[in-house]
Design a protein around this ligand. Structure first.
Ligand code: B12
Length: 240
């Protein structure tokens, strides 16, 4: 009998968004939403390798839900709604996309709420902020893993590793914990650029696909694209 995989349902979350509000009440830019192409790519790779991805675009799903914490107007699913959404989806692992450093504080609040409710569900961060500031993110005890860079291949390798197919130490571009200590498979790899508290690597050093043709197209069918189209958009001029 085939061994039951520990990790099968993988929920990928696009966190809520925020707009700076000037003292005169004017927003710095209009509310908008953009299809989260990064998690759609990860979902496509996960599907291709037999996993069951669930995409939660909290910006679209909670677009009309707003709250104000000076000086920002937030919109999207709030933390309580995200916890409820995750509870209904019953994932085996939660991945959160943090493209923008301006949202990391709020993402950590979400991580704390999710860990309190689902202590046994691994939480993985990816995207530009954790890529540059992985060690910093791992200081947060609610973050179990950080995957650096474009994670189409390495995220699936992490899932495979958690299902016992390969050691964590063999997953490139990964930060993880071992006996409570933070480990990185990038130790000993020279950073391409670095500064105080952040490092960036060349793609060939970080398990990042150099050839894009073999990658599956984004799993758009898992996103509420019709709802997204009805909202003001941020243009998606992606890097690929
Ligand atoms: C398109 C884009 C936008 C779009 C929309 C982005 C979106 N929501 O999809 C628009 C124009 C709206 C935008 C706005 C802004 N942007 Co912009 N944007 C980009 C750009 C050019 C491309 C992003 C992209 O689509 N990449 C392609 C996809 C496939 O990759 P990806 O999303 O990164 O996903 C991959 C990995 O990151 C990773 N990954 C992603 N999520 C997860 C999750 C998990 C669990 C894992 C394991 C891995 C993982 O795997 C994915 C697949 O390979 C990047 C630069 C770049 N070259 O990436 C800047 C970039 C992300 N933006 C940046 C910034 C600063 C902003 C703004 C704050 C600018 C401003 N001052 O207003 C705003 C913020 C908007 C907000 N919501 O608050 C910075 C972020 C830097 C930082 N540390 O904060 C970047 C890196 C540009 C830069 N070098 O300065 N942006």
């Amino acid at each position: 009998m085939a061994m039951q995989a520990k990790i099968n349902r993988v929920l990928l979350l696009n966190p809520p968004s925020k707009v700076f509000i000037y003292p005169d009440g004017q927003p710095a830019h209009r509310k908008h939403c953009t299809p989260p192409i990064g998690i759609a790519y990860l979902a496509a790779s996960a599907l291709k390798h037999g996993y069951e991805p669930i995409l939660v675009d909290s910006v679209v799903e909670g677009y009309d839900n707003e709250w104000f914490i000076e000086p920002f107007l937030y919109y999207g699913l709030d933390t309580k709604a995200i916890v409820a959404r995750v509870a209904a989806a019953k994932p085996d692992l939660i991945g959160i996309s943090v493209l923008f450093s301006n949202i990391i504080k709020e993402v950590f609040e979400v991580c704390a709420a999710l860990k309190a409710e689902f202590p046994d569900t691994p939480i993985v961060l990816g995207g530009h902020h954790p890529t540059g500031a992985a060690a910093e993110c791992m200081k947060n005890p609610n973050v179990d893993f950080v995957v650096l860079g474009e994670a189409d291949v390495t995220f699936v390798q992490l899932l495979d590793s958690l299902n016992g197919k390969l050691p964590l130490a063999d997953v490139p571009a990964l930060y993880y914990r071992e006996n409570g200590a933070v480990k990185s498979t990038m130790d000993g790899v020279k950073a391409a650029v670095e500064g105080e508290g952040w490092r960036y690597y060349n793609r060939k050093d970080a398990g990042i696909p150099v050839e894009l043709d073999p990658l599956p197209f984004p799993a758009w069918h898992l996103l509420p694209i019709a709802d997204q189209r009805e909202r003001p958009r941020g243009n998606s001029l992606a890097a690929r």
